[in-house]
Design a binder for this molecule. Structure first.
Ligand SMILES: [Zn+2]
Length: 293
């Protein structure tokens, strides 16, 4: 899921593979692109790395997340050859390889919308494009389709963008939300366990009915609410355990999070234990900072 070194590329391969297995589907199925035509203007291309959305207007297409490897080739071929649409704008929800790795296949595309932190990470790994940095909420129109793009806050990384298709009440969340998995918090890329809840609150303020997560099938508001609840419960229980003077390992044992949703781990990337440890360290670090002030 990472772009900026060979080490991280290898880690990506492992993470993608185990994610596929953890999700209960064969690797082949995970890497397969499942196309869903919603109507004559909107397509979902699920899997093959991160989910992608294609919105067309006349002979043009807007693509959100470009997958990687062979799946990126499949996506590009479907849009540019089979559907005969010219990709004029690309949105990258974040820098991870399985969402952004296929960008080179869309070289002819116009502006690539990214958060500045995503741009930094991609450029550090040698990826260059006609970037448009999204620093404040952006409104795009494609015919009668209004697309709003913005950074709702840190969580998965510190450079996630989401998109809202206003008329359709559809929210594209990138990896800030995954359907049934424990949240992946990429600390090296600025992922933030303490900020995650507020970021999900910001998403829940949006008037959406359906969300397309970074991986898996479309979801409703309840899935986002349940994910938010996880952070509420964990923060409360970790704080309680810390007040009792427990060490990090003891906190892990003490926090039962019985009221939190049960989510599938993503081996090497996300598990309930890892989320608790991140929460414990973040709360201790914040308390230490506050004590110094
Ligand atoms: Zn990701």
């Amino acid at each position: 899921m990472f772009l900026w070194s060979e080490h991280h590329r290898n880690r990506l391969t492992i993470v993608v593979c185990v994610w596929a297995l953890a999700s209960g589907c064969a690797l082949q199925r995970f890497l397969r692109v499942e196309e869903r035509r919603i109507d004559e203007r909107l397509w979902f291309f699920l899997g093959g790395g991160g989910n992608s959305v294609v919105i067309t207007h006349g002979a043009e297409a807007f693509v959100s997340d470009v997958k990687f490897g062979g799946a990126a080739k499949t996506l590009q071929h479907r849009v540019e050859v089979d559907l005969a649409r010219e990709v004029r704008r690309v949105l990258l929800t974040h820098s991870h390889e399985d969402h952004a790795g296929g960008l080179a296949r869309f070289r002819q595309a116009g502006p690539v919308l990214v958060h500045p932190n995503t741009r930094k990470r991609l450029e550090a790994s040698g990826v260059h494009a006609e970037w448009v940095e999204v620093t404040t909420p952006l409104r795009l129109t494609l015919g009668d389709e209004v697309i709003r793009v913005w950074h709702p806050g840190a969580g998965h990384t510190n450079g996630d963008l989401v998109a809202w298709l206003e008329r359709r009440k559809l929210l594209i969340t990138g990896d800030l939300v995954t359907a049934e998995n424990e949240p992946v918090i990429d600390v090296e890329a600025g992922g933030d366990v303490l900020a995650f809840r507020a970021t999900l609150d910001a998403l829940l303020e949006v008037d959406f009915v359906t969300a397309l997560p970074g991986h898996g099938a479309p979801i409703g508001r309840d899935t986002v609410r349940r994910l938010r609840e996880l952070f509420v419960v964990l923060e409360r229980e970790v704080r309680d355990a810390q007040r009792r003077g427990l060490s990090e390992d003891e906190v892990v044992s003490a926090v039962m999070a019985a009221a939190a949703p049960v989510l599938e781990p993503v081996p090497f990337a996300a598990s309930r234990e890892k989320t608790i440890r991140l929460m414990d360290r973040a709360l201790r670090a914040r308390a230490a900072t506050e004590a110094r002030l």
